[in-house]
Ligand binder design. Structure first.
Ligand SMILES: Cc1ncc(COP(=O)(O)O)c(C=O)c1O
Length: 352
């Protein structure tokens, strides 16, 4: 009899995201403007036939990245997008039926991977006022919990944790021997990081991506930071040569070009200020702009606005139903001012 893994067969995945190139995409938290065009051209100018023909070398780029993070390469594992790193942490640090605790709503792949591997994902919901109670997280950190997943800041809620809150959680995690994963995909938009805990302690991982501020979602590159033994476990799960040579080349150029990160942050900050000021002036409640996205409560039906944005304005945004006291909301990725202008012009016309 042919065998089907029922966990895979029953898994719900989304495969309809491949005909979107003509849209202004503000639904996946990409950078709509991307890196400067002349910068990309310059980086690609140096591409040799060997860069394409040979399996990628990771040591040099790992060293560049380790230097940027103030660590050494034993604490780093490069992955094909941070979603890959998250998957390996779940595989390596939880067991069949193992208990994983995570806040909801958040990045959906935590639940997808938990289901894929037959783990028990326990949800800690947000409060009605869209805040997260650290004590509610701690209450779910039972003795049989294997992994706690936090996001700093969270996508889509945009909440963050103070040092005191994080340390309170870590203390319980240590006592109960629970591995902690902190997803920092939206680091740089929100500068506070818990990376020092992952570099100096054990059983704490940080995952980060080049898809967001670095504007390289099309290249697939991310990394896992942790204690050396934990990182080696993650490395063992990676497919051979999982890291793309082009991605590492572009990421290295971003890191080594003076002012490039600052320029990206400045353009983003200008776009965010423009959008937030506009929303305030026009009476739109909004929340959660710690990352490169924001929840907006529209004046009329959120789902209808999302549909009309797509059909009439060629703009993709997301609807989030039942966002606490906000009800049905729009989640919109934040980018440079020119794209935010296009979005608010469309909202003004459609939301009445
Ligand atoms: C919170 C969070 N983590 C991870 C990811 C995955 O990023 P990557 O492109 O590195 O796989 C995303 C993507 O949107 C995200 O929102």
């Amino acid at each position: 009899m042919y065998f089907f893994n029922s966990k895979v067969a029953n898994l719900h995945r989304i495969f309809d995201q491949n005909e979107r190139k003509d849209f202004l995409r503000l639904d996946l938290n990409e950078n709509p403007g991307g890196l400067p065009e002349n910068f990309i051209k310059k980086v690609l100018d140096g591409v040799t036939p060997q860069l394409v023909s040979q399996y990628p070398e990771t040591k040099h780029f790992s060293e560049v990245l380790a230097k940027h993070l103030g660590t050494d390469i034993s604490h780093l594992c490069l992955v094909n997008g941070s979603a890959e790193g998250i998957r390996y942490i779940i595989q390596a640090f939880t067991s069949e039926n193992g208990r994983i605790v995570g806040v909801v709503p958040s990045y959906f792949m935590f639940q997808v991977y938990s289901e894929m591997y037959g783990r028990n994902f326990v949800k800690v919901p947000y409060n009605e006022d869209l805040t997260m109670d650290v004590d509610n997280i701690i209450a779910e950190m039972t003795g049989d919990t294997q992994l706690l997943i936090l996001l700093n800041p969270n996508n889509p809620m945009g909440n963050v944790y103070t040092d005191a809150e994080f340390e309170k959680i870590l203390k319980v995690a240590k006592e109960k021997e629970i591995t902690v994963l902190v997803d920092e995909a939206y680091h740089y938009f929100y500068p506070k990081t818990f990376i020092k805990y992952a570099l100096n302690g054990e059983h704490i991982f940080i995952t980060r991506t080049f898809s967001k501020l670095f504007s390289m979602a099309g290249c697939r590159l991310g990394y896992v930071v942790g204690w050396a033994e934990g990182v080696r476990m993650v490395q063992k799960l990676c497919t051979p040569h999982n890291t793309n040579a082009f991605a590492m080349r572009i990421a290295e150029a971003v890191l080594e070009t003076p002012g490039m990160l600052d320029e990206l942050i400045a353009k983003f900050t200008e776009g965010r200020k423009f959008l937030v000021d506009w929303l305030d002036r026009n009476g739109y409640p909004h929340v959660g702009e710690a990352g490169n996205f924001i929840f907006i409560k529209p004046k009329t039906d959120a789902a209808a606005i999302v549909d009309r944005m797509k059909e009439e304005k060629k703009i993709l945004i997301k609807v989030y139903p039942g966002v606490g006291k906000f009800g049905n909301c729009l989640r919109v990725s934040i980018g440079e001012k020119v794209y935010m202008q296009r979005f608010v012009d469309a909202l003004l016309e459609l939301d009445k």
